[in-house]
Design a protein around this ligand. Structure first.
Ligand code: S3P
Length: 440
């Protein structure tokens, strides 16, 4: 990711209506759960991005038949025929999960019930990310990992047809960890329960029943009883709230803007950024219009707000803004007073160390930003204006690339973003979508 992209200022305010591509978390699950299921699932609205392509390639290598093709709206639609009760086939070569933590960590749970040997690997960024959080509970269920103590890919997994159900206290709120344990739990004898310190996104609990597997979900626990058989289902993926957050932030930062983002997931576990922006005084509302399965979706409306002010974001809200902290930090840099994001330590384990990446980028903008323990402080300034000639580095992280691109798009001077092509991981049409809101 060494390319340099010069991002030019938008020529006017953002106006009109946008749709964002399919939700990344739900798209991964739709592909992966369909691959596990007995029968043929019909999917639409699936995000066509590098990360989701990693999941598609992985399940194909394991014997599922994926026939998904891009439609007119750019999303993938078609069928996935799963391995069902026959199980996945032993792949000849390691599975390369690319940049995708969700692919790697969910696969660990999916492979747990099958006595085959599979090596998982990924790109440089993914090979630096912690994996013990997933292997530890799966080992308690009877799965073997080689090397047993490994925290980093490549890791080889050998599953077992004799999985033990567990009652597990997760050390951190992580939907990828929770999902891996629940997916293994589908095949274990008895009830598998996972408790988490704060509620992580709940797509797995909402989607497994669509595949014929009932789940019990509390605020900080989820449970599944096995062994159960997953059956194919029909599913449409709503738009990605995390992608919508970038359009929303652009509208808030570009004077005169007023936009609607339609067809976007409004799952409360994913729209913590709307709550945070409300606390900053933003003109923003959301309306639920329907459900895809159990996932609520609808419209977010937002308008440029001149009088944003800093706020405190308590650590119990962190899981619901996990992927949005970088872009919220940029908005906070334009708000009057101090914003504190509490309990953000997990951001260090993302595609890059996002705490450091946020601090480095904001410092280039001349913003006062500091950390105390696990808390990130930003002293905002409504008159903040990026100087000419700024260059940022995405560090291969899609959300960091889009955050610094907004500095150029919403400011008055072009900025350079090195490694901008990382946006292909979650939002390949990011620039085109923002620019189309200016022309419409
Ligand atoms: C995801 C969970 C989150 C999030 C990631 C996608 C998922 O990570 O950051 O982008 O689809 O389950 P955690 O496992 O830390 O919750």
């Amino acid at each position: 990711m060494s390319n340099e992209t010069i991002i030019q200022p938008l020529q006017g305010p953002l106006q009109g209506t946008a749709q964002v591509p399919g939700d990344k978390s739900i798209s991964h699950r739709a592909v992966l759960f369909s691959a596990m299921a007995e029968g043929t699932s019909h999917l639409s609205g699936v995000l066509d991005s590098e990360d989701v392509r990693s999941s598609i390639a992985a399940v194909t290598q394991l014997g599922a038949t994926v026939d998904l093709a891009p439609g007119k709206d750019g999303s993938l639609a078609g069928t996935v025929s799963g391995w069902g009760i026959a199980g996945p086939t032993q792949p000849d070569v390691p599975i390369d999960c690319g940049n995708s933590g969700t692919t790697a960590r969910l696969l660990m749970g999916m492979l747990a019930p099958w006595p085959i040997q599979v090596t998982l690997t990924g790109d440089d960024s993914l090979r630096r990310r912690p994996m013990r959080r997933n292997t530890a509970p799966l080992m308690k269920m009877g799965v073997q990992f080689k090397p047993a103590e490994a925290d980093h890919l490549p890791i080889t997994e050998v599953g077992t047809s004799d999985l033990r159900a567990i009652d597990y206290d997760a050390p951190m709120a992580s939907a990828q960890l929770k999902t891996a344990v629940l997916l293994a739990g589908v095949y274990a004898h008895g009830t598998t329960t996972l408790h988490e310190p704060a509620p992580s996104r709940n797509h797995t609990e909402l989607m497994l029943p669509e595949y014929g597997v009932p789940t019990t979900a509390g605020t900080r626990m989820a449970e599944v009883s096995g062994p159960a058989v997953m059956h194919a289902c029909d599913l449409r993926v709503p738009g990605d709230a995390s992608s919508a957050a970038f359009l929303v932030a652009a509208a808030l930062l570009k004077q005169g803007s007023s936009i609607r983002v339609e067809g976007v997931s409004l799952n409360p576990a994913r729209i913590g950024f709307v709550r945070t922006l409300e606390r900053m005084g933003a003109h923003i509302t959301e309306h639920i219009e329907g459900h895809e399965g159990k996932e609520p979706y609808g419209t977010i409306e937002v308008a440029y707000t001149a009088s944003l002010h800093g706020c405190e974001v308590p650590s119990q809200h962190f899981a619901s803004i996990l992927d949005e902290v970088p872009v919220l930090a940029l908005v906070a840099a334009h708000a009057r007073g101090v914003t504190v994001f509490k309990g953000v330590g997990e951001l260090r384990a993302k595609e890059t160390d996002r705490v450091r990446a946020i601090m480095d980028g904001l410092e280039k903008l001349g913003v006062d930003v500091w950390e105390e323990g696990e808390n990130l402080y930003i002293e905002g300034d409504p008159s903040l204006c990026a100087p000419a000639g700024l260059a940022f580095n995405s560090e291969g992280d899609h959300r960091i690339a889009m955050t610094w691109a907004l500095v150029g798009l919403c400011g008055t001077e072009p900025v350079t973003v090195r490694g901008f092509d990382a946006v292909a991981v979650s939002y390949p049409t990011f620039l085109a979508d923002i620019e189309s809101l200016v022309r419409s």
